[in-house]
Design a protein around this ligand. Sequence first.
Ligand code: CUA
Length: 472
Amino acid sequence: MNQTEQTGARRVLIASANPLFGKGLEKIITRHWSGQATQFRLVSSTEDMLTEMETWQPALVIVDYDDKTISRAEFLQKFVAGDQPMQVMLVSLQASGAVVVYDRRTLTPAQAEDWLSLVNIPPQPPVIPSPKRSASMKHFVIVGVLIVIVTALVYLFLSNIGLLPIAASAQAQPIDDLFNLHFFMIALLFSLITVFLGYSLVVFRRKPGDNRDGAHIRGNNPLEVIWTIIPLGIVIYFSYLGSVSLAETRRVDPQALNISVVGGQWFWRFEYPDYGITSSEMYMPVNKQALLKMTSVDVIHSFWVPEFRVKQDLLPGENLVRELRITPTMTGEFKVRCAEMCGTQHAYMESPVIVVSQEEFDAWVQSELAAIGTDPVARGERWARNNGCLSCHSVDGSINVGPTWLGLYGLTHELTDGSVVTVDDEYLWVSIVDPNAQIPAGYPPGVMPQNYQDTIPEQQIREIIEYIKSLQ
Ligand code: CUA
């Protein structure tokens, strides 16, 4: 509400899309009524005119009769329906024949003054500030309290339904902090929208018999600026938190235990280069950072232990080794799963991840070293398991992706090209290092990785063949 409205000034509303019409009239009226406080408002649309008539309650409304964008029908309807005293002038500056007509071509200042003399307006009391303002403050206070309550309830709910598995690594902490902040923002935004919506539905619903239109509200610049600036600031702040958390998950411990992780269709292999151990299960000492160097022998896989939170893709190619740092903070058995669609057995590409005390880890290392032994068959079985051979070849005769190894040695195989071969050392060697060269009839080519000669030492391949020979 501006300063002048506090006096008992007369209020004159002029409706015309032509600014010259309003300005000219305003000048004439001011001159004519000099000495009497008069306020003007100029509107250029039917909607604004109707709104002002309702809220500002002018004593005189002057409508540009020539302006076709101003709806006279709507105006008159509003005018006759209203109950406060109001006078109206329909002014045409163009032609004669309308309700109140002044031809612009013949209109003289004297005529205009005559016409203005017709209007007799007593001084008006100022518009009484409607009780709406204090009432709306009350609504805002109630809505504010409800938002706080609903936010707290939703946040409590989200925090207690177990959306996150147990956090078992140091890297999980900054990530869970971010998650909790997001849960809070989700709760707040949800409440902000649903409380305003629900409150309005209940409190401002139409009363029986009330057929009035709702208030017409056009843009609100301060509000729009606020609801742009605040979310923008929040998003920028979140990106800052995200980068800080990312850096935290990559914090380097120079004492980290080295583990090479190899993924393939469909197995995990864990190599401990410091000890010369290869395992199909990942053992980790608790509270010690492990530096995982990851690669794939075929397609893209993804190393994911949900309890550790961090996740990393394994890419084929020597120059695409990826690193991940994990510091387990809790002993127990977890499970690594593949989080990247990698073929038909993707869903079953899992391996145990076992976090133990440093002493138990050392004992495991010793037992693994001892178990490697010298028996070529036992060693071959070990290499076959560690390299994932057994995920496609059974050793009990059951049907799997590739031929079973039980009784394989010495068989005669028919190949897809119709030739017949006997399974001997040479055939097995070729089948492992160049699997597409001799495909047994009934099996599709291209399933078995082509690069075992590069990824498995020759001695180990020889021992795998010894193991196959033993399965009779
Ligand atoms: Cu490997 Cu999915």
